[in-house]
Every structure is written in structure tokens, then in C-alpha cells.
Ligand binder design. Sequence first.
Ligand SMILES: Cc1cc2nc3c(=O)[nH]c(=O)nc-3n(C[C@H](O)[C@H](O)[C@H](O)COP(=O)(O)OP(=O)(O)OC[C@H]3O[C@@H](n4cnc5c(N)ncnc54)[C@H](O)[C@@H]3O)c2cc1C
Length: 348
Amino acid sequence: MRRAVERSVDEVVAVCAEERIDCDLVRGGTLTVAQAATEHERLLAGGHGELLDAAAARARVNVAGVKGARYFGACARVQPAKLVAGLAGAVERRGAIVHEHSTAVEIAPGRVRTPGGTLRARWVVRATEGYTARLPGLRRAMLPVNSSMVVTEPLGDDVWAAIGWEGCETLLDGAYAYCYLQRTADGRIAIGGRGVPYRFGSRTDTAGELADGTAPALRRRLERLFPVLRGVGLDGAWAGVLGVRRDWGASVHCDRDSGMCWAGGYAGEGVAASNLAGRTLADLIVGRDTELTRLPWVGHEAREWEPEPLRYLAVHAMYATLRTADAIEARTRRQSRLAALAEVLSGR
Ligand SMILES: Cc1cc2nc3c(=O)[nH]c(=O)nc-3n(C[C@H](O)[C@H](O)[C@H](O)COP(=O)(O)OP(=O)(O)OC[C@H]3O[C@@H](n4cnc5c(N)ncnc54)[C@H](O)[C@@H]3O)c2cc1C
């Protein structure tokens, strides 16, 4: 399964080249950096990829006080909106019709109801990910987890000389409540994480606005990673939702009799995984028995999320526990066992 996801990164790279999709793609791998000794201990204890000592990590990205990093090659930086627009163009060139602004209010075998009319089709694929809970009967199928990002103003050459980061690796910090970053093609840094993780009743907000306090929290994290950015201007901020299933596992489903298919639950890793799911669904729909259709996520079931208010309490408790574990570790400089509790709460 892991190899299949990793190969999907190559697949996205190949499709972008073939279809001439310009999405700022750099196949630079990903770095998880440890600033605290406890984070470093966790990095040493395990994970995918190659361990880098402090000097080797700093040679890639000059993170303040970095103790070490893990480098994993099967990762690429993309500008996701450009990727989506490019893919839409590619399918339209092959004759597909993309209907934007047509909300599916009900999805049933052979039938998708929208405010403007009902579509009928032999095959229906539900790929609504973090927005699934809005559909009738699916309120507890997928948890919409929010993630928020901010982006800096373009940084000057002197700042980039201090930071390095010439390989454009995507970056993760080593905290439990982690942040993720990328160096953008136009010389900014985008950082995401934090924010309000979940809204009561699986409500999803379409405005993409950040909750109060999220942008300052992301700025503080950015400045702790790169003190040279103290006081840097932020040019933009946005939030979106990820789809998370009760066991945090993604899956792909295809019922040949009814023609009803769905895929999702990629949590924060859906750029490559949704590509794999798409190719897997294509094989399932045309009835091909392939390596992809035998992957363990095909037909994988997970139970539903708890009804409210339990769902709200559990998700907020999980995130609060992760943040507390980070705070305890920062204070005591020892591994906190609290994170294990968060894993239990989340059902991971
Ligand atoms: C801030 C943020 C940062 C992220 N960072 C990363 C990352 O670094 N790496 C990574 O791999 N992944 C990341 N993700 C996750 C990644 O974006 C998702 O996993 C991926 O987009 C899932 O693709 P998808 O097509 O299944 O769903 P989505 O991209 O969520 O698309 C679902 C689509 O369905 C449409 N839709 C939903 N409901 C309906 C309806 N009823 N009727 C009609 N249309 C509907 C939506 O409008 C949307 O266009 C991030 C997500 C967020 C929010």
C-alpha cells in the first residue's frame, strides 16, 4: 500500500509533464525537523526515510536549533489550486464535462440530485471528502477536520540566503500538533496547521476564513522555526477541510451491482492518495483485476463517528491533548505519555 502511494507521486509528476500542467511542482522530498530533544528522540525511534544529523539538516533548511531531521524522498511540492485547474483542463480536453457550482444535494445509485435537476448515470462516484457530512444519511461517515494556512510576503534574497531551502523539500515540524510548510515558487513560505480543528455537528465553513488567533499562532510557529522572519508580513490566509474516517484510514469502494462508488478519508495526505484512488476506481469500474484493485483499502470498512456531542468533545479533547503534550514536553524536556491518550481518543 505504501509503495502504491509512493508511486502515485511519480504518477502525478508524469501526468503533469505529459499534460503540461504547471503547478509549481518540485519533487524535492519531505523533511521532518526536530527542534526539541524530545522531538529528536522520536525521530531517532522510527519513521520513514533517512536520518540527517543537525549539520546535514541545517545544510538543507536552516531551522533554528535543529537537532536533526528525517528525509523522505517520495514527496513533491505542488500548488494545489493550479494542479486541480490543470487536471480539470486535461479531462475536459478528453471530452469530459465539469459542472461547477452544481451542488449534489442527494447521491443515490444511478442518480445525483442537484438544485438544477437530477442527473442519471450507470456509475456514480461520490468524492466529496470533508464535505460528505452534508449529504443525507452520511452525517457520521466522515469527519470534516479543518486545517488553516497563512502565506508570507515574498522574501528577499538575503532572507533566503539565511534560510537556504534550495531543494524546496516540503517541511514538517516534530511536534504532536504539527505544522507543515512549503517554500512557494514565488519566494514565500506557506505554513499550515493549528486553528479550530472541528465545528459542532460536522459543520463545514465554505468561506475559508481562519478562526481568531490562528494566524498569530502560525506566525509564532514560523518565527520559532526561522527567527529571521520576525515581523514578516503575511499576505494571505485560508482554511479548508480534510475528510477523516473513524479509523483514520482511507478507502475505495465500488459496488458493481448498483454502480455506486466512493473514495476518501485521506486526512491530510490526499494529494497523492486521491490520485491512487482515482486510478483504482477506474480499474474497478471497467472491471479490470489489477494490482491496484487488490490493495487492502479497497472495500475497507470503518465504523461511523460518534453522535454529537460526543464527536465534538472527543475531537477537541484529542487536539487539546496533543497541544498539552507539546507544552509538557517543552517545559519538562521529557517525552509526554499524553500523546498516546490522544491516539486512543482518535481511534488511530
Ligand atoms: C489547508 C490544507 C492543507 C493540506 N495539505 C495537504 C498536503 O500538504 N498534502 C496532502 O497530500 N494533502 C493535503 N491536504 C489534504 C488534501 O487537500 C485532500 O486530501 C485532497 O484535496 C482530497 O482530494 P479530494 O478530491 O478527494 O477532495 P477535495 O479536494 O476536498 O474535493 C472535494 C470536492 O468535492 C466538492 N463537493 C463536496 N460536496 C459536494 C456536493 N455535495 N456537491 C458537489 N460538489 C461537492 C467540493 O467542492 C470539492 O471540490 C490539505 C488540506 C487542507 C485543507
